[in-house]
Design a protein around this ligand. Structure first.
Ligand code: SAM
Length: 237
């Protein structure tokens, strides 16, 4: 399956409404019915979320800050952001994911349970390409892995156009080592093979940001045995 027209997006959407939804709901959840690999990915991903929250709160309180969470999945980031007082717009191409995120938010965002009364995120079924509006911050975590760099360039440019102050992206870094492991197939065991995974060279992501007038201000790398993500925070240059 090489890069074909709009094909990637349809395949990704159907995966995350079906088997991908079942798989990732478990990984992003808290139940025990996960295998060793899934547990490891859960840990890695939760580190990414923690890092993003830290990047954001390092700059001051999130109270009233508008955040667009593009490709929100089950709400792993949107919910803690709301707990910090951010006004979150969360969207995903998969209606199953959005429904799960909404359920999670209703369960977890209980008013009067902490210092800040959380604002319920606004959830929407939408692919990130059709998002509009302006936000203080735009975040897009672990979504680019589903798209080749040729598509990622446009997605990055679009996300940057929605952001006033900062854009936070995570992606699977294309390095010699990871490329090799991916080829061997070690990193994507089991049913996740249903979709292609694309690694992105940091230089390519940086070039896409620079092209639209943004520069990388902070970088992080999150790795466990089976999960690896490069995290970048970009600001207008
Ligand atoms: N960002 C979430 C997180 O880190 O918890 C979910 C990451 S999950 C690996 C990838 C998500 O991206 C899925 O929920 C999928 O439906 C969504 N997605 C994939 N392509 C998308 C697109 N073009 N627009 C919006 N969402 C997309």
């Amino acid at each position: 399956a090489e890069e074909v027209g709009g094909g990637d997006k349809e395949v990704v959407k159907s995966y995350f409404n079906n088997s991908g939804f079942q798989r990732w709901k478990k990984i992003y959840g808290e139940t025990d019915d996960v295998n060793k690999v899934q547990l490891d990915i859960r840990l890695g991903h939760s580190k990414t979320v923690e890092n993003v929250i830290k990047m954001l709160t390092d700059e001051g309180s999130l109270k009233g800050v508008t955040v667009c969470d593009a490709g929100c999945g089950t709400g792993c980031l949107a919910i803690p952001l709301a707990k910090e007082g951010a006004v979150v717009s969360a969207s995903d191409i998969s209606s199953a994911m959005v429904a799960e995120a909404e359920n999670q938010a209703k369960e977890q965002l209980v008013v009067g349970n902490g210092d800040i009364a959380p604002v319920m995120p606004k959830f929407e079924v939408k692919d990130l390409e059709s998002l509009d509006g302006k936000y203080d911050t735009v975040v897009c975590l672990d979504v680019l892995i589903h798209y080749p760099q040729s598509k990622a360039d446009g997605m990055i440019a679009h996300l940057a156009s929605l952001a006033d102050k900062r854009l936070i992206l995570s992606f699977a870094p294309k390095t010699f080592y990871y490329d090799l492991l991916k080829r061997i197939g070690e990193l994507f065991p089991g049913p996740s093979k249903a979709t292609r995974a694309y690694l992105h060279a940091e230089a390519d992501v940086e070039r896409a940001l620079n092209k639209v007038g943004w520069k990388i201000r902070k970088r992080g790398l999150i790795t466990t045995q089976f999960y690896f993500a490069r995290l970048v925070e970009a600001v207008p240059a």
